[in-house]
Design a protein around this ligand. Sequence first.
Ligand code: BTN
Length: 270
Amino acid sequence: MLSTNELGRPTLIFDEVSSTNTLGFEAAQRHTPHGTVILAESQTAGKGRLGRTWHSPSGKNLYVSIVLTHATYKTHISWIPLVTGMALAESLELVSELSLSLKWPNDIVIHDRKLAGILCEARQKGNTEGAIVVGIGMNINSDNDDFPKELRDTATSLKLERLQEFDRLPLLAAFLANLESHYTRLHSEPIEAIRSQYIARCSTLQCAIEVHFSSGKRLEGEAVDVGMDGELQVMSFDNQNRHTILPIRSGDVFHIRKSLRGIYNAGTVE
Ligand code: BTN
């Protein structure tokens, strides 16, 4: 089913691993080809963003990591998580006919529930070129009771949304092909074009949001833009109602409500 030139060549398939991302870095150390994919039926220590765990039950979903070793990928490293999110949203939309959006930076969401998540990790090893490992967890055929209790109101799967099961491998092959063409565009098109396309998909913009940082600090404001490095620009107000725009590069974003500007724009007839 694979129609790519680089991604998924080879694809290493396992029954159970600790984390496909961890295996991705191990493979990179052994000089695996750029684009190697690690695929597992289940993970015992699946990693999520910001130090969380990714619950990974067997036989229902997709847990996949892509190893990027070409030095050119470092040029646009801040866009890799966002572009991966765009490719994933498009591919999941195509098979499911659902309407999906991206919560900054790259959670795939529908009706405020999370359908898939992406963890990009980069490591530099001594003088070698290092690797970027892009890990993707997609909830495909999970039922509600497959999720831990605390996630049952905020997570979803293709099956829960469409009330039917989905074939995982054709979906993965289509996603890898789409991802490869997005990565090619990242190196051949102006960032402004990629940024516009991302903005059109991102439901965080024009939302009143709260950002939780790994330090424990929190920020409230309005998500007003995505910058040229893919950073979220948040307008926040001080006690004297003076505003500042802060660039957010990492953090957990919670949508509180659409801002007045967002509601007004949504209601505008062109
Ligand atoms: C997130 O927190 O939203 C990111 C979740 C990423 C999970 C995937 S599953 C495959 C790969 N291996 C991991 O350990 N994590 C990623």
